[in-house]
Design a protein around this ligand. Structure first.
Ligand SMILES: [Fe+2]
Length: 129
C-alpha cells in the first residue's frame, strides 16, 4: 500500500463521513451508493469565510474558520474541523451552538500542521502552517 495522505468521502444520502489515512484503493459505499470523494476547494470565491486559519500557541493549536464569520445554522454550517500534524489526526465535530473554532492540544510539531474545514454547502477547505 502506498501512503497518499488523507482522503475524505461523503455520503450524499445521510451525510456520513469516511476518512482514510492510507489509500485503501476502494471507493467506500454508504446507504447503498458509492460515496463522493471530497476535494478541497481551489477557488478564491468564499475563501474569506471558509479557509481554516491555524494559530499555534505553545502546545495548543487553534483553528478558526475564515477571516469573516461563517454562519452556523441548520441550513448552512461548518460541520467539522480536522487538524493533522502528519502523525496524528484530530477531528472536532461542531454543533449549531458553537462557533466554527476548534482547539487542539498535545500535538507534535515535527513539520507542518494541516487543517481542514467542511461546510455543508461549500464543501472542503484546507490550509497549512
Ligand atoms: Fe459555507
Amino acid at each position: 500500500m502506498k501512503q497518499e495522505g488523507l482522503k475524505f468521502y461523503r455520503c450524499n444520502t445521510c451525510g456520513n463521513l469516511f476518512l482514510t489515512i492510507i489509500d485503501p484503493n476502494i471507493t467506500p459505499t454508504c446507504c447503498g451508493s458509492s460515496m463522493e470523494i471530497l476535494e478541497a476547494n481551489k477557488v478564491h470565491e468564499g475563501a474569506e469565510k471558509h479557509v481554516p486559519i491555524i494559530k499555534i500557541n505553545h502546545d495548543e493549536v487553534k483553528v478558526k474558520v475564515g477571516i469573516q464569520p461563517h454562519p452556523m445554522s441548520a441550513e448552512h454550517r461548518i460541520e467539522w474541523i480536522i487538524l493533522t500534524d502528519g502523525s496524528s489526526v484530530n477531528i472536532q465535530k461542531l454543533s449549531l451552538t458553537s462557533e466554527p473554532i476548534a482547539v487542539f492540544s498535545g500535538m507534535k510539531r515535527d513539520g507542518k500542521f494541516r487543517a481542514y474545514s467542511f461546510c455543508n454547502i461549500h464543501g472542503l477547505w484546507t490550509s497549512e502552517k
